[in-house]
Design a protein around this ligand. Structure first.
Ligand SMILES: NC(=O)c1ccc[n+]([C@@H]2O[C@H](COP(=O)([O-])OP(=O)(O)OC[C@H]3O[C@@H](n4cnc5c(N)ncnc54)[C@H](OP(=O)(O)O)[C@@H]3O)[C@@H](O)[C@H]2O)c1
Length: 309
């Protein structure tokens, strides 16, 4: 089984490199060709159609897992072109190649395809209405992949974080060391999801797909919501981070985290106020039951504390 992993330097890509290893031979790519730790990997720039074509045609891949994405939500408002190329057009290219090669494509999308006006957890077939360029570009990628006719699994995830990479938890830990008090928005609701959960759930789903016959595999095509259980706000998430980090000795003391409204913290791109994802389909098709978000947080704090001590 030859697996091509795109975007191995990202939060999710890094976890996938390890998580996918039991399924086959994983060839990891990054934009520069350098893998975490400075190891040589393959080079694939999704912003450059020739670079992407070269790696796709470089071997007889059975599965392509795309963890690469243009993820700078605010910057995307000022440079829609690159966001649409990487998150949208590249998926049309990967999908067309996979349809011809009968390869499976695994791809990740986002809660930002929704406008956040929902009042119950979003299901896969609820209407999409992205509020910004990033959400539009990710939705374009979903559509392009579906329309290519290739075998595909699209996991929509949300509020991704982990012990490494650029994420909210690491920002809060840094700020908690520098400041006496933090202010964090308390009117956006979602479920913080660890990159490790995404790697593990992807592997379980892929194993189920590989175990299926042709008819069953075709039935798996589509979108799956993949996020931790429960819900919180960014402010309550920040308080939980600070409390656990102080107890684990990662920050000197538990500082105050005050709640503010999104209107008091303007950002270039608007974010959905509510983006809890309903993961029933993931459970029914693949038997994956995501744990509560607090369990993921305990695990990440534990991992950081172990590295710290
Ligand atoms: N982060 C979240 O909160 C979140 C929420 C919902 C959905 N998602 C989705 O989950 C998936 C994984 O996100 P993540 O959190 O792992 O993101 P991440 O940590 O920002 O990683 C994205 C990776 O994509 C790479 N990349 C960017 N432009 C590229 C290009 N032109 N060619 C090749 N690689 C490129 C980046 O490479 P460099 O290291 O070279 O920049 C980076 O390694 C994405 O599809 C994202 O849309 C994320």
């Amino acid at each position: 089984m030859k697996i091509l992993l795109l975007g191995a330097n990202g939060q999710v890509g890094f976890e996938l490199q390890r998580a996918l290893a039991p399924l086959g031979e994983v060839s990891a790519t990054t934009r520069s060709g350098k893998l975490p730790g400075g190891i040589d990997g393959l080079r694939a720039d999704l912003g450059d159609a020739d670079s992407l074509a070269q790696v796709l045609h470089g071997a007889r891949w059975d599965i392509v897992v795309n963890a690469a994405a243009y993820t700078a939500v605010d910057r995307a408002e000022d440079e829609p072109g690159p966001a649409l190329r990487v998150n949208g057009e590249a998926l049309a290219q990967i999908g067309a190649w996979a349809a011809r090669s009968t390869a499976l494509v695994v791809h990740y999308s986002t809660d930002y395809v929704f406008d956040g006006r929902g009042a119950r957890p979003y299901r896969e077939d609820d209407s999409t209405a992205p509020l910004g360029v990033y959400g539009h570009s990710k939705l374009a990628g979903e559509i392009a992949l579906r329309e290519s006719g290739c075998a595909h699994l699209i996991f929509r995830t949300a509020w991704v974080y982990g012990a490494r990479g650029g994420n909210f938890l690491r920002t809060m830990l840094r700020l908690a060391r520098e400041r006496e008090r933090l202010t964090v928005v308390d009117d956006q609701r979602g479920a913080p999801t660890t990159s490790r959960l995404i790697g593990a759930a992807t592997t379980v789903a892929l194993q189920r797909w590989l175990d299926g016959d042709v008819a069953r595999r075709a039935g798996y095509n589509g979108i799956y919501h993949l996020a931790a259980g429960g819900e919180t706000t960014w402010c309550r998430f920040a308080r939980a981070i600070v409390a656990r980090a102080a107890a684990a000795g990662l920050i000197p003391r538990e500082i105050e985290v005050a709640a503010i409204r999104s209107v008091d913290f303007p950002t270039r791109a608007r974010r959905p106020a509510y983006s809890v994802l309903d993961t029933t389909r993931l459970r029914e098709r693949f038997g994956v039951v995501p744990p509560e978000w607090t369990q993921g947080l305990d695990a990440v704090i534990g991992e950081l504390a172990e590295a710290h001590n």
